[in-house]
Design a protein around this ligand. Sequence first.
Ligand SMILES: [Cu+2]
Length: 153
Amino acid sequence: MKKHLLLLSLLAAVSPVGLSQLQAAAPSAPRVIEIAGNDQMQYTVTAMTAAAGESLKVVFTNVGTLPKEAMGHNWILLKAGTDVMAFATDSMMAKDTDYIAPKHKDKVIAFVGVQGPKKSGEVTFTAPAAGVYHYVCSFPGHFMIMKGTLTVK
Ligand SMILES: [Cu+2]
């Protein structure tokens, strides 16, 4: 009986710790990063940072007023080592697939498709391994200016 009581008190002493560990391990809501594109062909954020494995939600808004066909914007995060010039050049004609050339689909980590004026899209993904990753708008003619980096530590 005494042994049993001892065990109970041990459990009582240990369980608060166990519970807080469980809570810490539960998946947390993604961290939201807001970014916009405008009629001047600019991203409002050109550098993002994250921790490897971190859950991120990128909310991308086109804050411009020009028609989608003339000044649409997307947000595409590319794998490390991707030839950004080749990706963007080949994607320029890929209107039906959000300006992501099908042959380069495997180079995309995450993306928000082309947004017209005052429209938003979002994507949730897990930050990749440590490194520097480029993101671009692949709408024809935009990638030279509309670009940025996600640095994962
Ligand atoms: Cu753009």
